[in-house]
Design a protein around this ligand. Structure first.
Ligand code: OOG
Ligand code: NI
Length: 461
């Protein structure tokens, strides 16, 4: 047995510690967790087929621990150190998200586990955004912001020492892992004392609300945590009964029999008291709670179709409320197949392949199995499939979440926003100190590996 604690275990402990800290900091998040659990329990009790499917795919046990969070950092050095910190917990940068298209001066990645076992153990992800100073219009404010950012260190000396130790020795022992979780958590903690005086805060905030949030505090406080629900429409409906004020619309695809990608909604960020340098009191709005419903990961072809239909549904005036928005989405998505077999045959979605548990009943020899096509094996019941859960994020949805929590930021019209899109993945990767993993290639690779493993089991190889 290895002397090191597995990265999966460190991530599991860290995500629990983060959730406990956030519940304490933002009690409404605790109320949201309670609501999500009630609705998930009701769904599973009412739909035994769904419960069995989740169980078979190994998704049932991860449901209650599943969540993502988000942070925003200010400098390339902060992002690069975060990459090393997350690597200790088996979390790697996957995907590149350009938020400039929505008028938010950041670009982002998601740190997350990448292989099947790690995802099953605990799929905790952190959506991480890096400020893009070049998108700040005022040169004076840009300089000011950078000077403030360069004077702070968002990591404790203890966590930096343990990251280095982990890299050198190849892991952390039990005592080191315990210390690491506690020290790493410090980076994500809320600080109600701003590092700047009120006029500085106000001038940064007037330029862009996000700028004040990134620049004016000692660290990149976790700004939300997001549990996974099996019925997002129901949770959205019940939120007010739990004293929670949801954002106007649910982002992402419409409700479907076979859920696609990711649907998200959040409650509005709370106004929290802060103290500025010089001890002026004031308020800051940044932290909120979110819920998500995850569906199947789409292939490049499926994703292109999703993007096209989503864009079509957003033509014209924004819908007046969620019901109208969802009706419009449902119309636009009518041409997207809503049947697992149809999605698979059309090459629109990724699936996990499994070998039958009852090979004796097959009546096929190893030779016949080897000679048969995947379609034939599926028809014979030798192979079966489950949809592969989408583990990533969606830029248009993320923009909607950002906007609803940075209320003054959304002054640009959609047309102007599109014109402003300026992705720069190379610059992001240079800051990160590593390339981001291509998420579509990752799903394709996992699908291929599951099929190969299933065929090996069937042929006894
Ligand atoms: C991140 C917003 C994006 C999501 O789930 O799409 C996000 C932020 O507000 O920092 O978390
Ligand atoms: Ni989120």
């Amino acid at each position: 047995m290895s002397q090191w604690v597995s990265p999966d275990q460190i991530r599991e402990r860290f995500s629990h510690a983060m959730s406990a800290m956030y519940r304490n900091e933002v009690p409404q998040y605790g109320a949201l967790l309670a609501l999500v659990e009630v609705v998930n329990r009701e769904m599973l009790a009412a739909d035994t087929a769904l419960a069995e499917r989740l169980d078979a795919a190994g998704d049932a046990q991860r449901l209650s621990v599943e969540r993502h969070g988000a942070i925003r950092v200010g400098t390339p050095a902060e992002l690069a150190m975060l990459r090393r910190l997350f690597a200790v917990m088996g979390m790697f940068p996957v995907g590149y998200y350009d938020l400039s298209q929505a008028g938010v001066p950041v670009h982002s990645t998601a740190f997350r586990p990448v292989d099947d076992d790690a995802l099953r153990a605990n799929p905790f992800r952190v959506f991480t955004s890096l400020l893009r100073p070049e998108l700040i219009a005022s040169a004076a404010l840009r300089e000011r912001a950078l000077a403030i950012l360069h004077a702070r260190d968002i990591f404790t000396p203890g966590v930096k020492a343990l990251i280095e130790r982990c890299e050198l020795q190849g892991g952390l022992d039990k005592r080191e892992a315990d210390t690491f979780v506690g020290e790493a958590l410090e980076t994500f903690r809320w600080h109600s004392d701003a590092t700047v005086d009120r006029p500085t805060y106000e001038s940064l905030s007037a330029e862009h609300r996000l700028l004040a949030d990134v620049v004016c505090f000692r660290g990149p406080h976790i700004n939300h945590l997001t549990p996974r629900t099996l019925d997002i429409d129901e949770v959205q409906r019940r939120m007010p009964g739990y004293g929670i004020d949801p954002k106007a619309i649910i982002e992402g695809p419409p409700n479907r029999r076979c859920p696609l990608l990711l649907r998200q909604t959040s409650f509005k960020a709370l106004e929290e008291p802060v103290r500025f340098a010089g001890s002026d009191a004031g308020f800051h709005t940044a932290r909120f709670g979110e819920i998500e419903q995850r569906g199947v990961a789409l292939t490049a072809k499926g994703r292109a179709l999703y993007d096209r239909l989503l864009a079509a549904s957003r033509q014209g005036e924004p819908a007046p409320d969620n019901a109208a928005h969802q009706a419009r989405l449902a119309d636009a998505f009518a041409e997207f197949p809503d049947d697992e077999e149809a999605l698979r045959r059309a090459g629109l979605a990724f699936f996990h392949y499994w070998p039958t548990r009852d090979q004796g009943a097959l009546g096929l020899g190893a030779e016949e199995i080897r000679a048969a096509s995947v379609e034939t094996l599926l028809e014979h019941g030798a192979l079966w499939t489950t949809p592969m859960v989408y583990e990533d994020f969606l830029p248009v949805s993320a923009a909607g979440i950002f906007q609803s929590n940075l209320s003054q930021a959304g002054s640009a019209t959609p047309k102007e926003e599109a014109n402003r899109s300026r992705p720069n993945q190379a610059q992001f990767e240079a800051a990160l100190g590593a390339p981001v993993v291509d998420e579509i290639a990752l799903y394709a690779e996992r699908e291929r590996a599951s099929l190969n493993a299933a065929l090996e089991t069937l042929t006894g190889e």
